[in-house]
Design a binder for this molecule. Structure first.
Ligand code: HEM
Length: 349
């Protein structure tokens, strides 16, 4: 079967107004693993059942699996670049790894649809999972995040979004899949709002009201937008972000949920290293003086077709059918961004 026919999950759907992010751990035991595998085959039908009642709200769900969970639930072969979340930085400024076997990224323009789908999905999983993190996110006014800036402006769109996020010929067995990294950030909003707008703009690298990028002559090399701009072989390497604001004003909790998709984790990891360690080291992202990452997870997002086929993919079944065609697990670990040569690959036509 040609691999370029695999339908991706809703990774590249447009920015929504609401989202629920659920991080789950799977209980030990064969019955629990089997419940999760069977559930994978039900996800698409549940999205249809809930979403068809309000089509204009564009309900979608993306489901991803952590490295350890993939091995335990589905065995070999495993996605070539899937590994546990890598930590960056030290002391107060640290990108930490936290537990997570399954990530659910549920999106819609109305929170009631996200809520209903989350409840239905969790209901089917029952005791097989524990919810270790749940965030209900929203977009502020004109698509701003919790620090008050428009977020998502430089996202690739259309065909380019798929080129930057959807796995192609580099890992044929998992073509149509993607990788996603999430981090939940809390902001010290009193301190952030104590800065002048000009100081905030220099930290982000864009004008706050107009969202226009600062002129190169005044934009610091440690601005968030400078440190997250990557080039490989003279070409910009992008990721796709669907960040959301969240919080509880009564508890003085103000946050941004970062979620970034790419066809290998490498560019997102490079951006985190630039932000937390600095480029060069020490020239770090000042947004982190006002923001603390309290979670960190890396997940593989199978194609929609593979997700529906996962009920038949227990480690035992995989062991009996897998052969010498297992992909190299070293791909994506070479230290390069590993996607430059793949730009323009026509796997989405
Ligand atoms: C506290 C959490 C974060 C906040 C509030 C935040 C906010 C923003 C804002 C306001 C922009 C400018 C508008 C835009 O292009 O979207 C931006 C750009 C960007 N951010 Fe973040 N971000 C956060 C974390 C991260 C992380 C952890 C990464 C990657 C590891 C990241 C990657 C990017 C990228 C790639 C851009 C576009 C840069 C460009 O091409 O100009 N962000 N972010």
């Amino acid at each position: 079967m040609p691999n370029n026919t695999q339908e991706p999950q809703a990774v590249c759907d447009p920015i929504s107004r609401s989202a629920i992010f659920l991080t789950l751990t799977v209980a030990r035991g064969e019955d629990q693993a089997d419940t999760v595998r069977q559930w994978c085959g039900d996800i698409a039908a549940l999205v249809r059942a809930v979403g068809t009642r309000a089509p204009s709200a564009r309900l979608s769900c993306v489901c991803g699996f952590g490295a350890e969970a993939w091995a335990r639930l589905f065995g070999a072969p495993r996605p070539a670049a899937l590994h546990p979340f890598r930590e960056f930085g030290s002391g107060e400024r640290r990108a930490i790894a936290t537990p997570g076997d399954i990530l659910l990224h549920i999106r819609a323009d109305h929170m009631d649809l996200c809520f209903e789908l989350a409840a239905q999905l969790l209901g089917k999983l029952g005791d097989a999972v524990t919810v270790v993190d749940e965030v209900h996110g929203f977009r502020y006014f004109d698509l701003r995040d919790m620090v008050g800036f428009v977020d998502g402006t430089e996202n690739p769109s259309g065909r380019r979004a798929a080129d930057y996020t959807i796995i192609g010929a580099e890992d044929p067995e998992f073509a149509g899949g993607s990788y996603v990294i999430v981090q939940k950030y809390f902001h010290d909003l009193d301190a952030w709002n104590g800065l002048t707008v000009e100081q905030q703009e220099k930290i982000i690298g864009r004008e706050k009201l107009s969202d226009v990028e600062l002129d190169a002559a005044v934009k610091p090399s440690c601005s968030h937008s400078s440190l997250t701009t990557l080039e490989e072989n003279g070409q910009e390497v992008k990721i796709l972000r669907h960040n959301m604001a969240f919080g509880r004003p009564g508890a003085k909790e103000f946050g941004t949920y970062f979620i970034g998709y790419a066809r290998t984790p490498a560019p997102i990891e490079q951006m985190m290293e630039n932000m937390f360690v600095g480029r060069p080291p020490g020239n770090y992202d000042r947004l982190l003086d006002y923001s603390r990452a309290v979670t960190g997870g890396l997940f593989f997002v199978p194609s929609a077709d593979l997700l529906e086929a996962l009920p038949d993919r227990s480690p035992a079944a995989a062991a009996s059918t897998s052969s010498s065609s297992a992909p190299s697990h070293e791909a994506g670990r070479s230290g390069t961004l590993n996607i430059g040569s793949l730009k323009g690959t026509a796997q989405h036509e």
